[in-house]
Design a protein around this ligand. Sequence first.
Ligand code: NOJ
Length: 618
Amino acid sequence: MIWPVKKTLVLLAFAFVFAAISIDQTLAQQVSDAAKTEKTGKHSAALVNGYEPMWWKEAVVYQVYPRSFQDSNGDGIGDLNGITQHLDYLQNLGVNVIWLSPHYDSPNADNGYDIRDYRKVMKEFGTMADFDRMLSGIKARHMRLIIDLVVNHSSDEHRWFVESRSSKKNPYRDYYFWRDGKPNPADPAHPLPPNNYPSFFSGSAWQWDETTKQFYLHYFAVKQPDLNWDNPKVREDVFALMKFWLDKGVDGFRMDVIPLISKQPGLPDLTPQEMQDPPRLWANGPHRDEYLQQMNREVLSKYDVMTVGEAIGITLEEEPKIVNSDRHELNMVFNFDAVRVNRGDFYSEKKWKLPELKAIYDHHATALSKTDWDTVFLSNHDNPRLVSNFGDTSTAEFRVRSAKLIETMLMTLKGTPFIYQGDELAMTNYPFTKLNQFDDIEVKNAYKERVLGGKMAEAEFIAESQRFGRDNSRTPMQWSDAPNGGFTTPAAKPWLAVNPNYKEINAGQEQADPESVLHYTQRAIALHHAHLAFVYGDYKDLDPDNEQVYAFTRSLSMPGKPEERMLVVLNFGEKPVEYTLPGGMSAGKLVLANVPGTPEMGGSVLKLGAWDARVYTY
Ligand code: NOJ
């Protein structure tokens, strides 16, 4: 008799969840329809709180790292058909844009961020027909797709580079940066690099090439030579490949390290001061804006697209140069101040306090004007797992609560929210204990430089890589409690090991539990879609110095509509607190809470338990 009872309960849970989803979606649809009626074609007729309404401002974006999402053919590597299999899952989650990390033909020195052919699909990921099927499945579900544009560099196996390195006279020579070395008195046969640039992936940013006896520049791996954007032919070729994908129907691009495309004239040595933070200089080359404006004029402006640049090396004050709509460059960028708030040099940890994070978000909300736009994110394929990085994984209960708290924050702060695959399940960092468990070139190269170079003890290096290494977020999606977490067939060996906690943390289990992080994230996304206050509303931090509670409001007035006044209260930690809202303020009706049974009405004093997150009207 036990089994049927259980089964009924599970079915009831499903019914509850689907009812909740359909209500949420109806609400979201109404809001987006209402917003649409205010728009005439691409541009809006009316401003909302001074902002021009745009679909990409109202979107919630979900990043898919294809290698780790779902393997459909049992080779241990995720693929495009695997993504297509889960489009209903993404639609039910409520996201409306998918950002796909590189899917192009690549020798995978840096997991696809080294592209060999920009017009071809990586064979491990499938075929162009698979891509087209995936894209039409996305469109059929009223979602959009942005793809990764990696054009600061290509692979050294790209045809342009193969030509370029073949001789100094080759027409493609100037597609890349080739320079003579500096004389090496100690060893004249082996010249020194042309300047002192370091690579992001350890060592010099210059690689000696025997064929023509010159060095080439690579900010990243040796197999990622930097393209020379000063050459108009490079720009022409990049613009053509962008059009190729836009004409297929993709809805925009996430642009990899895009501020780095304009190099410093003459490539002089970095001064000791510049050496402290080379990307600051590299991101501010003299032609960056000119090239982005040309890209916008010749390509982007001809399509209805979303563009988001990875703004490495750009301060918040500099952001408007790229995102201000009058500049005609990109829609928005990723600024790293928040996601790196707890990071020291490389993978070292920096102690941080909540007011620092609040100050960053306050800065975002105040430093940008109504003609700028911004993103909000705390994870991606280059950072640790969201809940391991900013939440609390010490107990299962705190993991769940703190993950929900962070999702609440991301869906209510200012900016287009981006979530990374698996964070909606509160997947955690991997328990790495040795070097050979890592795949990432960044870790492997840093090990050589730091540990083998005698700068750091191995145990310390592994501990830091376990904390901050990029492979933490790249372990396969945990779909079920089946072997390999349902990511691939039981007999296959996943390209990177599945986190051993997949039996407890997986999508199947969370789908069946209405109180799971997955269902909560669905509700938080639905809430975001249901209130334009979370998109265009003003932001006010109510208590900037409070080290435990983050309380802020989002409010929006629109002609002919009741004012939307939303209050977000987050208890960042396990310590309960009786929190008196500042300024005699009183919380009204509860619209979202991460703890079941939270009282429906707020009041001026809120009893907050461990990692309590609440959204009220006020
Ligand atoms: C930034 C990407 O996010 C990262 O994964 C990659 O290694 C570098 N750019 C180089 O493309």
